[in-house]
Structure formats: C-alpha cells, structure tokens
Design a protein around this ligand. Structure first.
Ligand code: ARG
Length: 461
C-alpha cells in the first residue's frame, strides 16, 4: 500500500485506527530534506558496493535532488495515508522512477538508523540557530551594560536590599548563564557529530556498506561505534531538550527581573512600546508580555524535557516505537525558542533604565552595613565583633528612622567607641562599589574588564 514500507507478511492492511495511531508525517515531515540527503549518501554507498550501477545511481540521485528542491519549495508533501516521512519519500521516489530502480534504495538501511541520523543532523542545524539567537540576547545585555557603566543599583539577596552593585554587573550576571548555554550547545554538537547511518535496524548491514563513508557524505565527523546504541540511544535528544529548557529558565530569570524593574514600586526601567502590550480595558496599561511569555514558556520547555526522560527510562534495547515520541517535545522546544529568543533580545536591547531612581535606592535598607563592619575589620576589630557593632548601628537607625549614612559622630560614639567620625566620610555607595575591586567584583574597573570577557566569549562561540 501507498507510503507503507511493510506488508508482505500481512494478509490484510492495518485497521484505520491503527494507521491513524501510527502516522507521524504531521511532525516528522520537517526532516524530509535530511531524509533525502541521507538517501543520496546511501545511494552513494550502494554504488560503491555495486548494488546500483552508475546509470541507476545517477538517475536515482537526480530524482532525490529534484524531490529535495520540491520539498524546500513547498510543492511536495506527504499524502494522508503515508505512514511517516521515510515511507512517503520512498513512495514518491518509486512513483517517479519506477519500482525497479526506486525499490533498490532501501537495501541495507532501516528507518531506525535513518531516523536516528536525521534527528542528530536536524538538531545540529537548529541548535546552531538557537545559539546565534541567544548570543543576540547576550549582546543586548552587554550593550546595556556598556551604556550604563558606573550606574549603581541596590543589589539584592532574598529580594531584600543587600549591598550596592553596578547595574552593568547585574546585567552581565544574566549574560554568563546564556554564554554557558552557548558552550553547552557547542559541546553537545560534538556528540551529535557521529552518524548512526549503516546501523540498519540494530545489528548493522550484511551488504558491505561503509558507515564512515556515509557519515562523511552527510557532514558528520564520524559514525557510531555501536549499531545497537546508534539506533536506540536518545540521550542526545534529551540533552538537547535540557539545553533548550535551560535557555528557557535563564531567559525566565532575566525576565522576572525585568518584570520587577518595570513596576512603579521599583521604577528602575521602562519597556519600549514595541516590546510591550496594552490592556483591552485599562487604557493606562503597558504590560511586560515578552517577559511573561518567557517565564511561561520556561515551564513548557521543562515539561518537554521531563516528558522525554520519562519516555526513555524503561526502554529495553534496541529500537522501540516509543522512541518516536522523542520528536514532538524537542521540536516544540525549538519552535518556542525560535519565536521567544529574538523577542527577549528586542525587549532587553530597548529597555530604558532610570539610573537616578536606582542610585537613590542603592544606599537604602542599610545596604552599607557590611561596609561599616569591613571598616572596623580594617581597624583590627575582629569580624564577629564588627558584625555586632554594625548590627547595633542598624538597630539604632531603625529606632530613629535614619539610614546609616545619616548618622552623626555623636550617634556613632553612642553605639561603639570603635566607630570613629572618619567612618562617615568613607561611607557611601560609590566607595562601597569601588572597594570591591577584586576579580569578579562590582568595582567599575572590574566590571569594565568583565564586559571585555563577555565580548570575547561571545566572539569565541
Ligand atoms: N517514525 C519512527 C521514529 O520516529 C521511525 C520508524 C521506525 N519504525 C519502526 N517500526 N521501526 O522513531
């Protein structure tokens, strides 16, 4: 029957519901160009062992190339009763070149090694595109960091004021996880670079086809060492789903900051009109929908990963049809990030920051208390005692409605004999930030250096 690659041992065809369940063209057709590339490489292998003559090979490869062009032009698609992308393309080939030639292509290969190869090849291309898009978010963060070098903000832990930091330092803290995701893509690409083609159903082929030559034809760095593993492993697909989920999580955390910053309570930033949405009923609204969709989609990407891992956990070797369920989750993750990542880059790149507001809040909430303790430590007070004294300053201020930098020499003396008046001149946001000048710290000189590191790592990836 049309588009089904089996039947000889069956007296009748599948029930309609069986065929319906079995059909995967709705999601695997996107692999058609890779399937046709694989078929060309396989035809080359058949030629080399004499299973296709030179004329047969030429005719077949020409038709496969034509089909590839038709697929890319959108003029060639599966029929409703094709089982999967492999069956559909073989049916079309046979229709176009006849069964005597078209029927020779399948020798020595199986859909099991085909699909495993196609997915690896597809993931390599798609992950490279994700990497490019993610680096645009990194660029947007780095550009904003460069634009605002010197601007201070309240650094937070537990969402409470902790210590003043540079806005640029905070922005670059969102760039590094994305750069690590980029490095993960690069690393995963090495593992994806081995082709399972030639593994056939599970044991390899008896026809003398050379998997290494097919791998080279398809742009892989080599072929798999074990045909059973090659056809049944999906850890690489799960790893791709993980990297994509991690990108989603990293964008979600960045987005949560943006959402907070754009509230009137924070007032740290304003979204550009092009990257926000309005309300159907409240005319004043300007909503951070890009950031909220990032946060929402992260949950979906995590679901795709966990669903796939659950599918894999109980499967015996080698191929099982459950493995067909690997594709939709990882395809969905790619599809979601394809629309999400550029929007996040746009949102970040066009944010307007309000440095005066951030500077006004930076010293509030006793964020200079650590600097009081450190000042005492530099004067040989043991840190544990210095911590107590600085804490007593905070309590003193809290009772009187003051901030630390508003204390007078008399206030200081009332709290501890160690607190000399010179402290007051040294206590401030600028000094606090400038003092943290070791590698990785928030001092302007170090953040400028860090910005160069971010640029260099972006370049390297
Ligand atoms: N569509 C299958 C998959 O995605 C490949 C076909 C293998 N089918 C089979 N009956 N062995 O995994």
């Amino acid at each position: 029957a049309a588009g089904r690659l089996w039947g000889g041992r069956f007296a009748g065809g599948p029930a309609e519901a069986m065929a319906e369940l079995s059909r995967s063209t709705a999601f695997d057709w996107r692999l058609a160009p890779h399937d046709l590339d694989g078929s060309v490489a396989h035809a080359n292998a058949l030629l080399r062992v004499g299973l296709l003559t030179a004329e047969e090979h030429t005719a077949m490869v020409e038709e496969l190339q034509r089909m590839r062009a038709d697929v890319l032009a959108g003029t060639l698609g599966p029929d409703p009763d094709d089982e999967d992308v492999h069956g559909a393309l073989e049916r079309i080939l046979i229709e176009r070149v006849g069964p005597d030639l078209g029927g020779r292509l399948r020798a020595g290969r199986s859909r099991n090694d085909q699909i495993a190869t196609l997915v690896r090849r597809y993931l390599r291309t798609e992950l490279a595109a994700v990497l490019t898009a993610v680096l645009e978010v990194v660029d947007a963060l780095a550009d904003q960091a460069e634009r605002h070098l010197g601007a201070v903000m309240p650094g937070r832990t537990h969402l409470q004021h902790a210590q003043p930091v540079l806005l640029s330092h905070h922005l670059l803290a969102h760039a590094w996880p994305l750069l690590r995701d980029g490095a993960r893509v690069v690393d995963l690409d090495r593992r994806l670079g081995l082709s399972p083609y030639g593994s056939s159903a599970l044991a390899g082929s008896s026809l003398g086809l050379d998997p290494e030559a097919i791998a080279a034809d398809l742009g892989f760095e080599g072929s798999v060492a074990n045909s059973i593993d090659g056809t049944s492993a999906r850890d690489l697909v799960a790893e791709a789903a993980f990297v994509l989920a991690q990108v989603g999580v990293d964008l979600s955390r960045l987005s949560e900051d943006v959402i907070l910053w754009c509230t009137s309570e924070f007032g740290f930033a304003t979204l550009d009109d092009a990257w926000s949405t309005g309300s159907s009923v409240m005319p004043q609204k300007k909503n951070p929908d890009v950031a909220e969709l990032a946060r929402g989609k992260a949950g979906r990407l995590i679901g795709n990963l966990t669903g796939l891992l659950a599918t894999l956990k109980g499967l015996p070797l080698a191929y099982n049809r459950d493995l067909q369920e690997d594709k939709e989750p990882v395809f969905d993750s790619l599809d979601q990030l394809r629309v999400l990542v550029p929007a996040v880059a746009g949102m970040v790149g066009t944010l307007t920051f309000h440095p005066e507001r951030m500077a006004a809040l930076a010293p509030q909430g006793f964020s200079l208390a650590t600097d009081v303790a450190d000042w005492l430590v530099r004067r040989r007070v043991p840190f544990a005692e210095a911590h107590e004294i600085a804490g007593a300053c905070v309590r003193y201020c809290e009772q009187r409605g003051l901030e630390l930098q508003q204390l007078t020499p008399d206030d200081l003396a009332a709290v501890s004999e160690h607190l000399r008046p010179e402290l007051l001149a040294e206590l401030g946001v600028e000094a606090s930030v400038a003092a943290r000048d070791q590698r990785g710290g928030t001092a302007p000189s170090r953040v400028r250096e860090q910005l160069q590191e971010v640029r260099a790592e972006t370049e390297r990836l």
